[in-house]
Design a protein around this ligand. Structure first.
Ligand code: FES
Length: 74
């Protein structure tokens, strides 16, 4: 099963984003402001949210329907 461990657009790993969140208390919006992750193609947003919820930093690639909700967000 393919895995993902980073924001591909910015090349920043979820492990680095987790460290940032732990050090600063940054939520998704602040992570996006500080790093740009989640601000381009948005594919990494569900993974960053899951990272913030669970602390995991490597994920099986989510099927498209699991990500679809994000792309309909205003
Ligand atoms: S993969 Fe993170 S913004 Fe594109």
């Amino acid at each position: 099963m393919p895995v993902v461990d980073r924001c591909v657009c910015r090349g920043i790993t979820f492990a680095d984003l987790k460290e940032l969140a732990q050090r600063t208390g940054a939520d998704l919006d602040e992570i996006t402001q500080r790093t740009g992750c989640g601000g381009s193609c948005c594919t990494c947003i569900p993974y960053i949210e899951k990272m913030l919820e669970t602390g995991e930093t490597i994920f099986e690639v989510m099927p498209a329907p699991a990500r679809k909700w994000w792309f309909s967000k205003p």
